[in-house]
Design a protein around this ligand. Structure first.
Ligand SMILES: [Zn+2]
Length: 310
C-alpha cells in the first residue's frame, strides 16, 4: 500500500474572491467528498508552512512579491480582470506554494510515497512578474525549483488542466532538467500552448504542448497519453513527477469545453501512477489547478486521490 499525503489548510479559504468561479467552495466540496470515504483517515496530513520569500523568488521577482504583500495590507482588489485578491490572499498563496515544498520533503524523507496539494489560489498561469488567470504564485514551478535545490536532476511536469500552463512553460522554457508537458483546449485562454513551442536553447525538446480541439473525449486524451506523453516520459526518465491537476476539462465544467467524464481522471492517474512506480519510485506530487463545477470537481479529485493512494 502506498502512503499518500494531503496538504490542506483552512487559510486557503481566506483567499476571498466573492462571486467568482474560483471560490472557497471548491475546496470545501472536495474535502467533504474525501471525508466521506473510509480511506480518508489513512491519508497523512503534514503540517503546512508558507513558502519563504526566497523560495518564491526562485520563480517570481521580488518586486512582484513585495507588490503583492503591499496590496493585501491595503485591502481587496484585482491583479487583472480575472484575478481578485483579498487581505488573506498572500498568506493563502504562500501556503499553497509551501504545500508543494512540504510534500516534497515528506517524499524525499521517505515518510510518504506521493502527495496532493489541495490548494488555492491555483498556480499554473502565474508568471514571473505578475499574477494572472486566478493564479498568484506558480505552486508547481516553485516546487520544481525546490526539488532542484535538493539535488533532483530530472523533473517532469504534466499539466492536464483544460487551459495551457503558460507560467510553468515560461519558467522552464530554457531548462533541460524540467520537462513540461501540457494537454489543453486550443485555441483557448490564455492563447499560448502551440505545438510548435518546444523549448529554447538547451531546453529545446523539453517542452511538449499537446493542443486538443474543443469537445475532445476520454479517448482523444488517452490517445495523447499513448502516443505522446508516455513515450516522452520513457525517454526522459524523470526522478520526480509533478502534476498540474486541473479538472476543468470535465464535460460538466462551466469554463472548459471538453468532454471528459469523471472516470477519465481516474484513468490518467492510473497511467501516470504506474509509470512513476516503474521509473521514479512512485514519486508524484499533484497540485489542484482548475475545476469549477463543484460536484464534478469533488468527484474527479476523489477519483484521482483514490488511485494515488492505491
Ligand atoms: Zn484551467
Amino acid at each position: 500500500m502506498n502512503t499518500t499525503a494531503v496538504a490542506y489548510k483552512e487559510e486557503f479559504l481566506d483567499h476571498e474572491t466573492g462571486h467568482h468561479p474560483e471560490n472557497y467552495k471548491r475546496l470545501t466540496s472536495i474535502l467533504e467528498k474525501l471525508q466521506s470515504k473510509s480511506y480518508f483517515k489513512d491519508l497523512i496530513r503534514p503540517d503546512i508552512r508558507e513558502a519563504t520569500e526566497e523560495e518564491i523568488s526562485s520563480i517570481h521577482t521580488l518586486s512582484y512579491i513585495r507588490d503583492f504583500q503591499k496590496r493585501v495590507k491595503v485591502g481587496a482588489g484585482h491583479f487583472d480582470g480575472d484575478t481578485p485578491y483579498s487581505p488573506g490572499s498572500y498568506k493563502a498563496a504562500a501556503l499553497a506554494s509551501g504545500s508543494g515544498i512540504v510534500l516534497a520533503d515528506s517524499i524525499l524523507n521517505g515518510e510518504v510515497k506521493n502527495g496532493i496539494a489541495l490548494v488555492r489560489p491555483p498556480g499554473h498561469h502565474a508568471e514571473k512578474h505578475h499574477a494572472m488567470g486566478f493564479c498568484m504564485f506558480n505552486n508547481v514551478a516553485v516546487t520544481a525549483k525546490y526539488l532542484q535545490s535538493k539535488g533532483i536532476g530530472k523533473i517532469l511536469i504534466l499539466d492536464w488542466d483544460v487551459h495551457h500552463g503558460n507560467g510553468t512553460e515560461h519558467s522552464f522554457y530554457e531548462d533541460d532538467s524540467v520537462y513540461f508537458i501540457s494537454t489543453h483546449q486550443y485555441p483557448f485562454y490564455p492563447g499560448s500552448g502551440a505545438e510548435k513551442d518546444k523549448g529554447n536553447g538547451k531546453g529545446l525538446g523539453y517542452n511538449l504542448n499537446i493542443p486538443l480541439r474543443r469537445g475532445s473525449s476520454n479517448q482523444d486524451y488517452l490517445n495523447a497519453f499513448t502516443e505522446k506523453i508516455i513515450p516522452a516520459i520513457d525517454k526522459f526518465q524523470p526522478e520526480f513527477i509533478l502534476i498540474s491537476a486541473g479538472f476543468d476539462a470535465h464535460r460538466d465544467d462551466p469554463l472548459g469545453g471538453m468532454d471528459l467524464s469523471t472516470h477519465a481522471f481516474e484513468q490518467f492517474t492510473d497511467i501516470i501512477s504506474h509509470k512513476a512506480k516503474e521509473i521514479c519510485e512512485g514519486r508524484i506530487i499533484s497540485f489542484l489547478e482548475g475545476g469549477y463545477n463543484l460536484e464534478a470537481l469533488a468527484e474527479s479529485v476523489e477519483a484521482h486521490v483514490a488511485v494515488l493512494r492505491s
